[in-house]
Design a protein around this ligand. Structure first.
Ligand SMILES: *[C@@H]1O[C@H](CO)[C@@H](O)[C@H](O)[C@H]1NC(C)=O
Ligand SMILES: *[C@@H]1O[C@H](CO)[C@@H](O)[C@H](O)[C@H]1NC(C)=O
Ligand SMILES: *[C@@H]1O[C@H](CO)[C@@H](O)[C@H](O)[C@H]1NC(C)=O
Length: 363
């Protein structure tokens, strides 16, 4: 049953990227990790160090793929939703696509109105990573991706060596560990895994009845371009209070903002860099649930507001609220907010982002 020596199912794609000959020579493919029992597996690709599928059982043993995604690399290359990708160098938004660090002003690529989002138009979710290690089966299957980001890439300062590892462990745990080392200059760093979760299955419709708990007593309010104002407000008595398990759609009709859905950062309770539980989601019908753990100060809740008529896996067309993202992260625009926990990594320092998704089955 173990697949330790299996060859990766590599789909070779000729990518005519404007970006460069080096990238175009690396093979891009899908890789599978599977537990011994065969009822828990993931598919990933080195395009954007992307999580493409997560197959997990309910209590009756019915296995479903619980994230949105595409069938082909070409669709990931073309896609704009960041389905499952490892977002960087700085996930989330940076105000007016600029910041000052150590007295020097930097300009980024504006790709969200005047703001920059998810590292620019060719952030880490839109580049080819190298497969460093790959063990597809056994007790603890894993895959490690590497990316070298160069000084000035998408406007960011300094070289950055980046690793992302996906690992399965018993009984049904998926860990995602990311690290980055700045080698030449100080730089802001903030990675996020952008999986779109739907615990009833990626093809099951909306998640409005699924129960969400976010262990956050406060959140960072936004201006009308979705940049934090700098305030930190309690969730108590607001539509952002998910301290107790609450249906995702409970207050959906009154969420402010043009996209009419959640897209904001919560301040996770506990010590900001301690590895702790962040959130829990459960599909009441199947009993499939997951806990999200991480060592980050914040988590972005995004309810798939702008996924409308998006053709996904197996011909399924995804609609609004068809999933939710829980992107553990530094606070958005931290580089322009000295009052927020710092997102700056200096040469010799290491950025570490540890996540665990612990799946469970309720009867
Ligand atoms: C590329 O993405 C756009 C939406 O962003 C979609 O309308 C189009 O069909 C996609 N093309 C292919 C070939 O997938
Ligand atoms: C971008 O900034 C310019 C100049 O401040 C402003 O006129 C314009 O409305 C802004 N665009 C958006 C989409 O916010
Ligand atoms: C980053 O992760 C890689 C892969 O797991 C590991 O080999 C490396 O030692 C890590 N780097 C640091 C500085 O922790």
């Amino acid at each position: 049953m173990t697949g330790g020596a299996l060859l990766p199912v590599v789909l070779l794609v000729c990518l005519a990227l404007a970006g460069g000959a080096d990238a175009a020579r690396k093979p891009v493919g899908f890789y599978e990790l599977k537990n011994k029992k065969g009822d828990f597996s993931i598919k990933v690709t080195n395009w954007g160090a992307t999580l493409a599928s997560v197959f997990v059982p309910d209590c009756k043993g019915n296995v479903a793929d619980v994230i949105l995604g595409y069938d082909t690399i070409a669709e990931y290359v073309n896609g704009t939703q960041a389905f499952g990708s490892t977002v960087g160098r700085v996930a989330n938004r940076i105000f007016k696509s600029r910041f000052v660090l150590d007295g020097k002003a930097y300009r980024l690529f504006p790709n969200d109105g005047n703001n920059s989002i998810h590292g620019g138009h060719r952030g880490f979710g839109k580049v080819i990573w190298t497969v460093k290690e790959y063990v597809s089966g056994g007790d603890s299957p894993y895959i490690t991706f590497f990316y070298h980001s160069f000084d000035g890439e998408q406007g960011f300062p300094g070289d950055l060596d980046v690793y992302a590892t996906y690992r399965l462990s018993s009984p049904y745990e998926l860990s995602i560990t990311m690290n980055a080392t700045a080698t030449t200059k100080a730089t802001p760093v903030n990675f996020a895994n952008h999986a779109y979760w739907n615990l009833a299955g990626h093809d099951s419709g909306d998640v409005l009845q699924q129960e969400l708990q976010i262990l956050a007593s406060s959140y960072t309010p936004l201006d009308d371009t979705k940049i934090p104002t700098g305030q930190i407000e309690p969730v108590a008595g607001t539509i952002y209070d998910f301290l107790q398990p609450t249906p995702v759609g409970e207050h959906m009709d009154i969420v402010p903002g043009g996209g009419s859905g959640y897209d904001l950062n919560f301040v996770v309770n506990g010590e900001q860099d301690a590895f702790r539980q962040v959130a829990r989601v459960e599909d009441p019908k199947s009993g499939r649930g997951m806990e999200v753990w991480a060592n980050q100060p914040g988590v972005q809740l995004y309810t798939s507001n702008w996924v409308i008529n998006e053709k996904g896996k197996n011909g399924k067309v995804y609609g609004q609220y068809g999933a939710l993202c829980l992107e553990t992260q530094a606070y958005p625009d931290a580089v322009n907010h000295p009052e927020f926990p710092s997102s700056i990594v200096r040469p010799g320092q290491v950025y570490k982002h540890d996540m665990a998704i612990k799946f469970y089955q309720d009867a």
